[in-house]
Write a protein that binds this ligand. Sequence first.
Ligand code: PHE
Length: 497
Amino acid sequence: MNLGNNERRMLKGMLSKPKATWTLDQILSVTGWDDQVHVAGAGKGLQEAGLVEVEESTSRLVTLGSEGKKAAEGGLLESRLWDWVRNQDKDQRNMGYLMSSGFDRSESGPGIGILKGLGVEIESGNLVFSNEEEISQEIARREDFIKLISDSSAESSTLDEGMISHFSSRSGLLEFEETITRTWKLTNTGSSVDESALIENQLIGELTPEMLQTDSWMGAEFKPFDVQAPAPTPTGGRRHPMQSLIERIRSVFLEMGFSEIDGDYVQSAGWNMDSLFIPQSHPARTMQDTFYLDQPSKVEVDDSYLDLWARVHEHGHDTGSRGWGGTFDKEESQKALLRTHTTVNTVRHIAENPSQPSRVFGIGRVFRQETIDRTHMPEFHQIEGIIHEPDANLPMLISTLKTFYAKMGYPDVRVRPAYFPYTEPSAEVDILWKGEWLELGGSGIFRPEVTEPLGTEWPVCAWGMGLERLAMLILGLDDIRQLYQPDLERLRKMPLL
Ligand code: PHE
């Protein structure tokens, strides 16, 4: 019989006991195998030979997703919202009051949508309803459902179908894991095979130099190598996807001839902003957007720079600019803050090497006062770089960014005119992703008001791009927070970069 060894062993095992159907564990025990891969492979071979029938049944295990886990701990959005609505005076059941009661925009909008689905209506801005009892019951049923799965994951066929279909339409609440269970059964032909014919051949898995020298390979039977055979996915240590992405970006810039620079998180407002000709009255400089520090509250800045920036900001010095006017505040300049962009590293690099041409980049963490939501975090990373040399120019800047993104796998890049206080011209950089243009960062040529006090007359191509945005595209995520949650299961499944 033209069967491989594994097929022979499995068939022999199945013939050894009169059993109508065999489960995986039973076959493992009768064959002595410890890996289900052998059973799947040999079972398939026997099936193709018409000796065995394979039956598959699929089951779906339901567990809570990240939002579901939150709901299990803190309550479903509708139930928190419903509690709030019922404790609120009738004329105060509206968006305004809702937002001031701790429901932010990311919750209030969708939350009201859910309540509407439950029969709540809006009349002159306020939420109204007539079927209070019914709504409460439905919400309680939903809470019970979440609680049930939170206690232990369950097979989907044992759960309320309506609830499953409801929660499946809401993002992140449920996760499904499909498992296929197989059973094997001998066909009539299979049962009539003569067991004594099923002797295992010595199969050769690896060709050695000795075999080639002795000609013993000539009559040998070789083990076929099945690249399609199901195999377990190895789970072991791996780099965090963000770390791999940073490594990849690093190697792309190094390959393009750039050197890497670094800098401190704590900086003076002077280097972070004044050196970049950001006016001291700029709204982004307020506490609302920037984390100023108490300890240290001050970072000394060299007097010579303070004097130069004061002159440039007040009247343009001899840069050809009229400056911003007003009086430059040197104390303001020495306030300590957490850097709000990595452009502070590149200007400092120029100040330290004013007459040395350079192409440098850095990937670093920056800090801004942002409310955390799907696309914002108070800490994120920027991919920053400059080309500082006598012939630096705009086409050079654009082609550098295009080359970079092409090497990262995004060949379609476009730039649009933009505004930054420190560059002229300025350009926003977009990449094409699934037919849509997505903005990834800013760039431009530093203004003379920036470069002159640094001690250089050469043009500087500069850019600062968001790292997390790019990571979300590459990893196919729609929520920035997923990049930093310590969810090993999800991290393990993210593609290798
Ligand atoms: N610093 C800018 C930002 O944080 C990006 C930028 C860098 C723009 C360099 C122009 C030149 O968005």
